[in-house]
Design a binder for this molecule. Structure first.
Ligand code: FES
Length: 156
């Protein structure tokens, strides 16, 4: 077993060696989406490794390609579904913002200001900035997202 630490929520979790970070995030009820089904092809499980990157399996070519397309990724970025835990001392930092898988996920926030930035499920770009009002017209503009996610799933 290995201990993971999550920031900024300041929580820890014991995980089996070789388990992936996605399992740990889901075990913590962190509402992580898995738009591509854990295939390393989207941004919804993007995290930053604050410490202990060398205690994870190295990124595959596929993961590196996907990270290269994600807005906001940096050298500390990993895809939680691809990174397996090998040793102690891993500190995972959750990115700011909320990913969506389909536009309908935002309907309950219609007319409200976004509490956090709303992020594109594949490339991580900001769809609605934090503090902006979520309008019906903006949701109409974003309807293409549903097709993009469906196409991604069909391709995997
Ligand atoms: S769930 Fe899509 S890359 Fe991890």
């Amino acid at each position: 077993m290995k201990t993971l630490k999550f920031e900024p929520i300041n929580e820890t979790l014991q995980v089996a060696t070789q388990s992936d970070l996605l399992e740990a995030l889901l075990a913590k009820d962190l509402e992580v989406l898995t738009a591509c089904g854990g295939k390393g092809l989207c941004s919804t499980c993007h995290v930053f490794i604050k410490q202990g990157a060398d205690k994870l399996t190295p990124p595959t070519d596929r993961e590196q390609r996907t990270l290269g397309m994600i807005t906001g990724a940096n050298p500390r970025s990993r895809l939680a579904c691809q990174a397996r835990v090998l040793g102690e001392g891993v500190v995972v930092q959750l990115p700011e913002g909320m990913y969506i898988e389909k536009v309908e996920d935002l309907m309950r926030y219609l007319g409200q200001r976004a509490q956090t930035s709303i992020l594109h499920p594949i490339n991580g770009s900001v769809l609605i900035e934090k503090g902006k009002i979520i309008t019906r017209s903006r949701l109409e503009e974003l309807k293409h997202l549903n097709c993009e996610v469906q196409a991604l799933r069909a391709a995997t």
